[in-house]
Write a protein that binds this ligand. Structure first.
Ligand code: MG
Length: 374
């Protein structure tokens, strides 16, 4: 058994997989998943898959599929051959020194962990000392034209089993839709996500939302508006959740010092990989913050890896990782990710993530490939 990984070759696959319907949030619309799949082959011939999945159009982050593709092709993939023999548990230290965005790093680190787990013939969660458990899943619902359309959608997802509902809000689409959903679903675990669409001058909106017994309000203000977020939190009994603000251990530390959030949405992609996500979980829990696992959303490769992390018992809320069918008619992993009628996702047994990458589907949706080898 190998205790470390040395890279023999890397293939980058740029894929575009259609969404079952466009997703609209406060700052844009996306109609397909544009992602980069990283296929790493070790010197022993073991394959590991990772995925870099920033959202298209810089709605969410400065990194986009185009910028991550460029940095992976021109810098990060070629640099992997200089990493030498590394254990995936220390590989994040190498990644920290690389000039690349977090999404590109998360994809590469995911491929390392997957290759290592496959080489050891062990499940990913075991490598992190995590106990296997079904993962509670919640659904995120985009912005709709009408309240009736929103209500119909909430009804559908609740009947499918999702354990909580997250509604995207923006100025002009906030108190009214939330009041309508709350009136029809009085007991539903419910939260909202503003994707940084408001300023502190809008605090009256959040004081109104405070009446609806929401689990949390996610990213109401700009990512760097921490002082204002702290000011807003004091006015509310609903906890504020940091997403865009919590992009690294450093910004998490600032959030904690400023008391700008009580809940942290930990996204493997946004924070640069599984190891960084685990470090942030540990730091946030030590400071008394509650955490959960978010998603970009991603294709099956990154979703499956994040599900292994989400089995960690320190997470306090359902994950945003949803069934493959919520986003895709044709996800690229087998089996597809599914939720049961009680809203749990169970990861299949077997080494690695327990899911297999379907190469035929990867080829079907590939728009470009780049290969590197020693
Ligand atoms: Mg969010």
């Amino acid at each position: 058994m190998t205790e470390s990984i040395a890279v023999k070759s890397v293939a980058l696959h740029r894929v575009r997989v259609p969404f079952v319907e466009p997703f609209r949030i406060s700052n844009g619309v996306v109609a397909e998943k544009d992602a980069i799949l990283i296929e790493l082959t070790t010197k022993e011939g073991i394959i590991g898959w990772g995925e870099a999945s920033p959202m298209s159009g810089s709605f969410y982050s400065a990194a986009t599929p185009d910028t991550s593709w460029t940095v992976l092709r021109e810098q990060l993939a070629p640099a992997l051959f200089s990493a030498g023999e590394v254990h995936p548990a220390t590989f994040f230290e190498f990644l920290r020194e690389q000039q690349a965005d977090q999404f590109a790093k998360a994809g590469v680190e995911g491929a390392f962990w997957d290759a290592y787990a496959n080489a050891q013939r062990r499940a990913l969660y075991e490598l992190f000392g995590i106990e296997r458990r079904p993962v509670p899943s919640g659904v995120a619902i985009g912005i709709f034209e009408t309240i009736d359309a929103l209500i119909e959608r909430v009804r559908r997802y609740v009947s499918e089993g999702y354990q909580r509902v997250k509604i995207k809000i923006q100025p002009g689409w906030d108190v009214e839709p939330v009041a309508a959903v709350r009136a029809r679903f009085p007991q539903l675990p419910l939260m909202v996500d503003a994707n940084a669409a408001y300023t502190i001058d809008d605090s009256h909106v959040f004081r109104e939302l405070d009446r609806f017994d929401l689990m949390m309000i996610e990213q109401p203000l700009a990512a760097d508006a921490m002082e204002e977020a702290a000011e807003l939190q004091i006015q509310l009994s609903t906890p504020l959740c940091a997403d865009e603000s919590a992009e690294s251990l450093t910004t998490l530390d600032q959030l904690m010092k400023q008391r700008a959030a009580r809940v942290i949405n930990i996204k493997v992609q946004r924070v640069g990989g599984l190891s960084e996500a685990l470090l942030m979980l540990k730091a946030a829990c030590a400071a008394g913050l509650r955490c959960w696992v978010g998603t970009m959303p991603e294709l099956g490769i990154a979703s499956a890896q994040a599900l292994h992390l989400a089995m960690h018992s320190a997470f306090s809320f359902p994950t945003d990782i949803e069934a493959s069918s919520r986003w895709y008619a044709d996800d690229i992993v087998e089996p597809a990710i599914t939720i049961d009628q009680n809203g749990f996702i169970t990861v299949p047994g077997g080494p690695g993530t327990g899911f297999k990458v379907n190469r035929e589907k990867v080829e079907r949706y590939t728009t470009a490939v780049e290969r590197f080898s020693l």
